[in-house]
Design a protein around this ligand. Structure first.
Ligand SMILES: [Zn+2]
Length: 1107
């Protein structure tokens, strides 16, 4: 105890007795506002830190000499072709304008570093052509991507270039487009301006002031802390006073003051931020920083430009990997790797080396980052087959994580398909864009229709192109919605789409963010150097040990971009038709390959066609959100699919003994190839003059009934059926006028009454039930105003429903009068410029499934602005849920608006059918190429066409053909709808053989079949990817010749079946995953294999056949 001691200490502390120097409290808003002036442009820029970034700079001859060659016709020639003839290059200098839009100019640059620069540690070249560019070495190796507009402008010289004083040469390939295309006026999604020019504003040799730049980053993060830390934290005030000390200390032109300021900054950011050592503390970290470059495979630029965006971005990232030891980069899309491999082999080798070190990390397992709403089940499967096989063949391993940050909603079956493609994890982010309900989880188990799960993480910073801001790191915790279960998160940073990925600035900022976390705290600790796989491996371990994660069952419906189910409808039609076509091609080619002929399974062609189709699934192509140029490219891709596909069908048909085009010669016996795994009897359109058997009934030389498959399990042939007119008169189809302007279409099943093209009655004779409610009209065309809040091609907003207008009835004439097919032609004017011709038809009820629906075949001329055309079928059926076909199953959505979650689904995606059923009865609406649908109460509404003006000013303008049907059915939703919808989109087609060969053809086509649960669909018959006689190399082959069959349960219940193989002995049978890894050996019985599937399961089997 000692009062005397205390007194002594007070005396010694030096605290003055008197004070005549007033000092006020720091006025926070003023001192905070003041901070920005240290690094801002404007009136202080000549006197603040911005004036100190460069020591020296030179842009003149003889140190910088540039010649350039303009490439005409929007061509993008490879290096050798572009640079071969130097006489074509003319001198240019700063101020030169590159353009017009989409053109390329090659520049030949000769530099020599002036002597006075040699004292500096760092000397570099800065090029800003205000647009994208790529630096090549003198011999043509891509070295550095540049973005322009000040975004990414530095090409670092090799050290010897600085010291040797000699002339050195490099090339710059200048692309006249910005990172978001060529829209004029700053609104990126407006259609491109064809006449944009880009000025060369910088072509300088520069000696930068490295310490001044470092202080800029120090101060940036420090002043963020002063602004964004919570007001009631001491750390905020500490950051604020430190930052103000720095502003007070800085003196322009005094390098010593810059070093002093940096020293002051260390109080908050620590003393390790100048190296990767900042990450060396073993304190636990929460935020996993992952470098990334989201490169849309097409969007506001064509596919052709993306090939260059990839090389620009990835060589840039290789440079950053070389420069920053802590840095790792991840990139998805096998297609982009293949482009690099094919077009830029030296860059590919560099990427490959970094992949080996684990620093460049491939991810995703799919061909592209595709849409998941519209591609069929098999299309999604092919994304994984093509993607995983590419990655495995080039880099030795498959991916573990499915990566779709930017796709517009996620199909309910994805978790199952991921698991079947060797992936247990899923990363996405887009749902944070929902504009009605906030998605409630960050890390969770996402569960498919069949119960399969993947671990899903949605980065809480809510971006996949983070700028690595202080705020991004902070939000990784503050916006994390699953903190009760796990507090870690991914921070996916880097500029996308020609921005080239992460920048030096991003990596430097994250070093400071980590420094702050370790020095003063509060900010979550971020770490670089890991992989997405390591992040998920940790979560997965936790999930298997204690499983704290919540579950989300079914689709991840995206509450935005609902217009993408409809926009660019011809492109969508091509997709649907290509999918159906590929199935038939692979079926026929598989059977043909077992005929012992010289026929060889065309694996290479099939793969190439699937690659094109899968490329077009890209999340801005198939959804319709790209510029017009992209759709001219995709038209070409689909044209190639159909033309080459046609040839493949012809070749396979020949090997199987028939022709698909009627020719002069012996093959005059008409039949149809049934590629559906169930028997079909249909009215089939045939070429005029086709010879028929004596009893076959033909209508006007145009229609004939083909059917009568012997086997109940399907596949095989359908042959002309005897005269239905005389023997079964009830079944014929007829059309007649009931009264003035009122017509009827009728057969044994249905009777429809039609007035002005509208269905005023649809009577189901089989059960004595009216389908259309009294006073309502089916096939009512309705048009809506369609002006979303911003994203025109993408969005249709909820308020459009309030602008509904009915299109007035059209003019009706009788077109065809049975007995096989009856039809009415309805001509309807939509507006002054737009019209639609609809053929409403009903076929004879000649088979169990024929004549059970009313078909509407449409030819549309569409010339509208921001309008949405739909067709409505009010039905006398009531349910609070409707069913929609999705990949490998059904997704149910509400028909009401009880909650905002229900309401958000005012427009949803469906595949070949939508169904509204109640107990024992229902109605399905079938379509051949549409994807948008809504069921509101008892109104079923199919979306037909939109008219957005951005980013394609001409989207959907012009002529369209499409068809849909109303299919009433007894019972609830069943296999009948699934089958009818599939057959509706793939009608039986005529084929010809000789009379003698017909039985043999039939036997060949019946080689593979299934028998069993009607809920099971035999979806695909193909050859094994790695069969010895089929393999195209790249991966090890498998012994034996195998048939691969993919079966799924379409309705959500267990099912059993036998897979039969006829004419060949099955020697071994395996259940495999999608990638055809053998997982379970199955017992081969006498010519068949028994299988059992759980509800909504997708199952693949490989049957090895005897040689
Ligand atoms: Zn994207």
């Amino acid at each position: 105890m000692g009062g005397s001691n205390e007194q002594a200490e007070t005396r010694d502390s030096g605290y003055p007795k008197l004070n005549f120097t007033p000092k006020g409290a720091l006025i926070e808003n003023i001192y905070q506002d003041r901070l920005k002036y240290l690094t801002a442009g404007g009136q202080y820029s000549k006197y603040n830190l911005t004036s100190q970034y460069i020591f020296e700079s030179v842009d003149s001859d003889p140190h910088v000499k540039i010649t350039a060659r303009y490439i005409p016709d929007q061509a993008r020639p490879p290096f050798k072709e572009a640079t071969g003839d130097l006489s074509k290059f003319k001198p240019i200098k700063k101020g030169y304008k590159f353009g017009p839009s989409w053109s390329t100019t090659w520049c030949h640059v000769t530099i020599s570093v002036p002597e006075k620069f040699r004292k500096y540690d760092v000397v570099e070249f800065r090029w800003d052509s205000s647009c994208e560019a790529l630096v090549y070495s003198e011999d043509g190796d891509p070295l550095q991507g540049l973005t322009g507009g000040g975004e990414r402008t530095v090409f670092s010289f090799p050290k010897e270039w600085v010291q040797d004083g000699k002339e050195h040469i490099f090339w710059v390939e200048v692309a006249a487009n910005g990172m978001f295309g060529n829209a004029a006026g700053g609104d990126n999604i407006q259609p491109p301006d064809p006449n944009r020019y880009f000025e060369l504003v910088r072509a300088d040799i520069v000696a930068p002031n490295v310490e001044a730049y470092a202080l800029f980053i120090d101060f940036w993060l420090l002043s963020d802390a002063a602004r964004e830390f919570p007001n009631d934290s001491w750390e905020k005030h500490f950051a604020l006073t430190t930052a103000n000390e720095i502003v007070n200390t800085f003196e322009p032109g005094n390098q010593g003051s810059i070093l002093k300021c940096r020293k002051l900054a260390q109080k908050v950011i620590g003393d390790k931020v100048d190296s990767a050592d900042v990450y060396k503390s073993d304190k636990p970290f929460l935020v996993w920083g992952i470098g990334h470059c989201h490169i849309d495979s097409c969007w506001l630029w064509p596919f052709a430009e993306t090939k260059r965006k990839v090389v620009r971005s990835w060589v840039t990232q290789c440079n950053l990997i070389d420069k920053y030891p802590e840095y790792t980069f991840t990139a998805s899309s096998a297609q982009q790797y293949k482009w690099l491999e094919t077009l830029y082999p030296s860059a590919f080798e560099r990427v490959k080396d970094h992949i080996k070190e684990g620093r460049f990390q491939y991810i995703g397992g799919s061909w592209v980052e595709h849409d998941t709403n519209m591609p069929s089940g098999e299309s999604l499967t092919r994304q994984f087959i093509l993607g995983q096989r590419y990655f495995e063949s080039r880099f030795g391993k498959r991916c573990n994580t499915f990566w779709l940050p930017d796709t517009f909603g996620y199909s309910a079956q994805l978790p199952q398909l991921c698991r079947l493609a060797g992936m247990t994890r899923f990363m996405t982010q887009k749902l944070s864009w929902n504009n009605i309900n906030k998605f409630p989880h960050t890390t969770f188990n996402w569960i498919a229709l069949d119960g399969s799960q993947v671990l899903c993480h949605m980065p809480p910073a809510e971006t996949y192109t983070a700028e690595a801001h202080f705020g991004d790191v902070k939000r990784s915790v503050t916006q994390h919605k699953s903190l009760n279960d796990d507090n870690s998160s991914l921070l996916v940073f880097g500029k996308g789409d020609g921005g080239g990925g992460p920048t030096v600035e991003h990596i430097e900022k994250l070093r400071r963010a980590r420094g702050i976390a370790d020095t003063v705290g509060i900010l979550p600790r971020v770490k670089l150097g890991h992989s997405v796989d390591e992040f998920f491996a940790r979560l997965e371990k936790k999930a298997s040990e204690t499983n704290p994660f919540v579950t989300w069952y079914g689709e991840l419906y995206f509450e935005l971009h609902r217009g993408t189910y409809t926009t660019q409808s011809n492109n969508k039609k091509n997709n649907r038709q290509a999918e159906i076509f590929m199935r038939d091609i692979e079926f026929l080619a598989t059977l043909a390959s077992f005929q012992g002929s010289t026929y060889k399974y065309p694996k290479k062609d099939i793969d190439e066609l699937w690659e094109l189709i899968c490329l077009c699934h890209f999340h801005d192509c198939l959804p319709g959100s790209s510029i017009e140029m992209v759709y001219r490219e995709s038209d070409e891709y689909y044209k190639e699919v159909f033309e080459r596909g046609e040839k493949l069908v012809e070749d396979a048909s020949k090997a199987l003994g028939f022709e698909t085009k009627r020719q002069a010669g012996e093959k005059q016996e008409l039949f149809a190839v049934n590629t559906s795994p169930w028997p079909r009897t249909e009215v089939v359109k045939i070429p005029e003059g086709t010879a028929l058997g004596p009893n076959a009934r033909c209508q006007d030389g145009k229609y004939v009934v083909l059917g009568g498959d012997s086997r109940q399990c399907g596949f095989g042939i359908s042959v002309p059926v005897v005269d239905v007119h005389s023997s079964e008169v009830q079944k014929i189809s007829k059309v007649y006028q009931v009264s003035e302007g009122v017509y009827a279409l009728e057969n044994d099943n249905l009777k429809a009454q039609i007035e002005g093209g509208l269905i005023t009655s649809l009577y189901d004779k089989r059960v004595g039930r009216e389908v259309i409610p009294k006073g309502k009209k089916g096939n009512q065309l309705v048009i809506f105003d369609d002006k979303p809040l911003y994203w025109q091609a993408w969005d249709v907003e909820v308020y459009h429903l309030e602008t509904r207008k009915e299109i007035a009835p059209g003019k009706v004439t009788i077109l065809e009068e049975g007995p096989l097919l009856s039809s009415l032609l309805v001509e309807t004017q939509i507006s002054e410029k737009s019209w639609i011709k609809t053929t409403i038809s009903l076929s004879a009820a000649v088979g169990p499934d024929a004549g059970t629906y009313l078909t509407f075949d449409n030819e549309l001329e569409w010339r509208e602005t921001m309008k949405f055309l739909k067709v409505e079928f009010p039905v006398d059926v009531y349910n609070t849920e409707a069913s929609y076909e999705t990949q490998y199953g059904i997704t149910k959505r509400p028909t009401h608006f009880n909650t905002t979650w229900d309401m958000a689904k005012f427009e949803v995606c469906c595949h070949k059918f939508a169904d509204l059923s109640e107990h024992n009865y229902g109605v399905s609406i079938l379509n051949d190429c549409k994807y948008g649908f809504a069921t509101q109460g008892n109104i079923m509404r199919l979306s037909l066409i939109r008219a957005p003006k951005a980013p394609d000013a001409n989207a959907d303008m012009g002529r369209h053909t499409f068809k849909y049907a109303i299919y009433p059915h007894t019972g609830g939703l069943s296999h009948q709808t699934v089958r009818t919808a599939r057959d509706f989109g793939n009608p039986l087609k005529a084929a010809w053989t000789t009379k003698e060969e017909l039985e043999a053809v039939k036997a060949k086509l019946e080689m593979v079949s299934i028998e069993g649960g009607s809920n099971l669909i035999l979806d695909v018959v193909k050859r094994g990817e790695d069969d010895e006689d089929v393999s195209t190399g790249g991966l090890p082959t498998k012994k034996g010749r195998g048939v691969v069959v993919r079966i799924y349960d379409a309705l959500g219940g267990k099912g059993k079946a036998k897979i039969h193989v006829r004419g060949k002995k099955v020697v071994k049978a395996w259940k495999t995953n999608l990638l055809e890894d053998e997982e379970e050996e199955l017992e081969v019985q006498d010519g068949f294999v028994s299988v059992e599937l759980r509800g909504f399961e997708v199952a693949t089997y490989r049957l090895v056949l005897e040689d």
